[in-house]
Design a protein around this ligand. Structure first.
Ligand code: TMP
Ligand code: ASP
Length: 237
């Protein structure tokens, strides 16, 4: 299965059509952006690490009953995936207060919450991905109530599965962002990626940040953090 035309170039990935209109190829880039593209840079090796780590997570998630877009890892940077219509929502699941939640509610980063928090943002760069609630989502037809119930159920399963995997690697899953897509027949599946770009990973002993916050906050050691995640998560593979 080969690439034909490029369908889309995002900030971290390119998406190509293939000869089969039900499938496309995702190509992960080393480019990094933050604050809706205001900050730009390169994280050497990121594309390959995110591709492999995301596929590994998704393979386990799939086994636990959440369908995903992954069909086959083609090489270091490229994966064959099911072609979907992306549901225009960023689903954020949080276990520990950090980032925008800590800021919005005036909380210290690191506070463990009594249950996971789930947030939805409308995927729209021009509007800066504003947070929306269930009522907005249904009223604007971003998703139906039925789809939203499935998305919520799947997101909480993803949280459980990732926490279990990462615990073995002495990593705390602070929060993450995922996206879903619709197949032609309307089936909701997990799409996009799960990687240090889209999750907050803290070393469970030291609380050292092992994710894109090192880039966002100019903490240094960005490449090493991504390599460390690859080593801990896939080292046993
Ligand atoms: P936040 O605290 O900045 O809202 O981020 C919550 C989680 O979502 C965090 O794990 C980083 C991830 N995230 C993305 O994947 N893409 C984004 O554009 C943003 C703002 C956050
Ligand atoms: N999606 C954000 C941006 O482009 C990146 C982030 O903070 O993760 O710039």
């Amino acid at each position: 299965m080969g690439k034909t035309v490029m369908l889309y170039e995002g900030k971290a990935k390119k998406v190509w059509a293939t000869e089969d209109d039900a499938l496309c190829i995702v190509s992960y880039k080393d480019d990094a952006t933050a604050f809706n593209g205001l900050k730009k840079g390169t994280i050497v090796g990121k594309g390959s690490i995110n591709n492999r780590v995301s596929n590994f997570f998704m393979s386990i998630i799939e086994k636990r009953g959440v369908p995903t877009h992954v069909v086959k890892e083609l090489n270091d940077r490229e994966t064959l995936v099911k072609r979907v219509e992306i549901v225009p929502l960023e689903v954020i699941v949080r276990n520990i207060a950090a980032g925008s939640l800590a800021k919005r509610l005036g909380l210290e980063e690191g506070i463990v919450m009594s249950q996971p928090v789930i947030e939805f943002c409308y995927k729209n760069d021009e509007l800066n991905d504003p947070m929306v609630n269930t009522s907005h989502i249904i009223a604007m037809n971003f998703a139906t109530r039925k789809e939203l119930d499935i998305i919520t159920k799947y997101s909480l399963i993803v949280n459980e599965v990732l926490q279990e995997i990462l615990k073995e690697d002495n990593i705390t899953l602070v929060d993450f962002k995922i996206e879903f897509g619709r197949e032609k027949d309307g089936t909701i599946i997990l799409a996009d990626e799960i990687s240090p770009d889209t999750c907050r990973f803290w070393d469970s002993t030291t609380n050292e940040k092992l994710d894109k916050d090192r880039f966002r906050r100019d903490l240094g050691g960005v490449e090493d953090a991504y390599k460390e995640i690859l080593k801990r998560v896939m080292g046993k593979k």
